[in-house]
Design a protein around this ligand. Sequence first.
Ligand SMILES: Nc1ncnc2c1ncn2[C@@H]1O[C@H](COP(=O)(O)OP(=O)(O)OP(=O)(O)O)[C@@H](O)[C@H]1O
Length: 599
Amino acid sequence: MTDLFEATSPHDPRVARGADGLLAAFNAAGVVDAADVRVAERVAALGGEDDDRVRLAVALAVRSVRGGSVGLDLEALPDLSQVVEEVGQRPSRDALAWPDPAEWAAALAASPLVAAGVVHHELGLVYLDRYHRLERQVADDLRARTALGPPQVDEAVLAATLERVSGEHLSAEQSAAVVHAARHRTTVLTGGPGTGKTTTVARVVLALADQFAPLHERRMSIALAAPTGKAATRLQEAVAEELAALGALGDGPGQVATPDSMTLHRLLGWRPDNTTRFAHDRSNRLKHDLIVVDEASMVDLTMMARLLEAVRPESRLVLVGDPRQLTSVGAGAVLSDLVAGFAGHPDSPVVALTENHRSTEQIKALALALRDDGPDAADGVLAALRGGTGEVEYVETDDPVTALRARITTAALEVRTAAVDAGPAAAIAALERFRLLCAHREGPYGVQVWNRHAEQWLAAELGAPLGSAWYPGRPLLVTSNDYALDVYNGETGVVVPDASGRPRAWIAGAGAPRPFAPARLGAIETMHAMTIHKSQGSQADEVVVLLPDADSRLLTRELFYTAVTRAKERVVVVGSEAAVRAAVDTTAQRATGLRQRLS
Ligand SMILES: Nc1ncnc2c1ncn2[C@@H]1O[C@H](COP(=O)(O)OP(=O)(O)OP(=O)(O)O)[C@@H](O)[C@H]1O
């Protein structure tokens, strides 16, 4: 809630002209913008509400949703008013007349908007009806699945499956997760990168298929889904590979066909005419007997509600993700709420993997330090950074341009050389070796500036301008789904010239990379640098994390953790000690009521 704006003029589109009372004052101070004010005015007018404090609460609730919360936390308002006073230099901000919290709550209790169910005041949050309904629905649907009781388990078959899938690639906790999934209708499988979530999912798929077939006298129908196409494809490839290694991929008895994989949007039946409703819902449920959703930390409240209403009560649902990662772009913090909300429940669906099987020791130590919730966590993280010898490197500088030029130029040159001399597969492989991650899109620490730096340095190295925007070796990031082309948000690629020298954008999505004429691709960006938000769900051998200034409002523990855990072999953190401390000491707080509803 700290991203206040400074209106540049009375014509600034964020200023709501014609507003009055508290709404006008809070808008002028940059606490709520014109869109928040308009919604509050309209809702109040329709509901016959003229109490200024309630109108303000509605505007702040709209603003809270924009910030990722599902409602307005009245309890946290003293913090908000303090922040406003600290940040605000103008008298209007200092003089904001924050309603007294007790009087405010009383005004809400007496409001016709609350009586009409347009606004709700519950669990300390002021909700707009839509988010209140979504949150209750998610909690109700999850509880209804539990209330059905545990599924029937053939213990002899389960023991035989465990025997079949055990070996060096099934630790005790992974085995326990497979058993958990067999015994629960809903499973929430959590773990950091490299903890073997995907490895375990393949075994869960097999265990559930083994249970299903004799009982239903048909094969289990399985869907693998994820918020992004890239993550869905990665999951499918990894699961198919694991099943094949176990001799369990195929059409024979005791085997599973390669499961379908798709984005959550596609699974639910995306409709071009409606962005929040899908073809599959409570009246037209999904046919699948097992639905696995990877990267569940990226699933927001709306999508989780749509998913849960579309899953048949008797179908199995497995949600997989890392609750320590950045939360979804849209409102809610569903995965971490599920973990916290079900903590201590005897029939909790949550099962955790903790042992990292992939990263190097130093990266593991750094990630572990970033999971420490104690008061000295920042010291621990700095010690892990400074004690690194190769796998973890800390470049403590306030001049990242000088510090990073050689590294970034080398990485860009490798992709370029591969694109020109060795073709698309080599160019894409080169791209996977190095990733520069930034917190911001704009500004001196932003992706746009660093993309420009990289292009200038590459041109200087080549001794010639890069020429066209579609220069060979330009790394690409797809930024929206194109269902017609089968190209999805988050997929990456490289420009490689064809035999006659024309540029082709090779996109690495499902299966082998595919070439496209540049003009066919709509939403595409250069990817010498990438935002940490966009990097979720992907990894690279070497990752450079460029930390912004310590006072950046994006700098949080979740952001830093997400960035560091993208690295497979080596991570370089660039930034000041103050920035590291600010990141570790700031946890992203979203006001949600789901964990309370579940506990
Ligand atoms: N029990 C195990 N023993 C040894 N290696 C393992 C074990 N489980 C998984 N691995 C290996 O560890 C690596 C990471 O496993 P996996 O990809 O399943 O993890 P993940 O949690 O899905 O990771 P991410 O979310 O980062 O993709 C893989 O190379 C896998 O083969």
